[in-house]
Design a protein. Structure first.
Length: 132
């Protein structure tokens, strides 16, 4: 869902299709960690992707590595900003987080991670799964 293909075999990750907001003295970037690209927020801010999601039950999965600060993974309406789902991210080694949400009517959503308190987080392997 969140990765793009460059005409090469296999998938590569990057932040070219992602949007972000940052606080003062903060940054969002793609970093290389042991040969793997990860999204990185340092300071405060959010990193998210806008997707058109069909009606139904869905689950957002994101691997996180929160080293400091406080953050959430979230799903929000792209127009109103209303949150459909949110989960506090725990500090520690790489954790796969998931949050389930229901979409009553097809619409545009923003799905991602946010740092609410000065800190640092890495993200990887974000995808949405639809319950059948």
């Amino acid at each position: 869902d969140f990765e793009r293909k460059k005409g090469e075999p296999g998938w590569i990750t990057g932040l070219s299709n992602w949007s972000y907001t940052v606080g003062e003295d903060s940054c969002v970037e793609a970093v290389d960690v042991d040969g793997d690209h990860k999204g990185h927020i340092k300071g405060t801010g959010s990193l998210y992707q806008g997707l058109h999601i069909e009606a139904g039950e869905h689950t957002l999965f994101i691997d996180t590595d929160l080293t400091s600060g406080a953050g959430n993974i979230f799903v929000r309406d792209a127009i109103s900003g209303a949150k459909l789902a949110s989960l506090t991210v725990a500090k520690g080694n790489v954790l796969q987080n998931s949050v389930s949400f229901v979409v009553a009517e097809p619409g545009d959503l923003e799905l991602g991670v946010e740092l609410l308190v000065q800190g640092e987080i890495l993200i990887d392997n974000a995808f949405v799964d639809e319950k059948e």
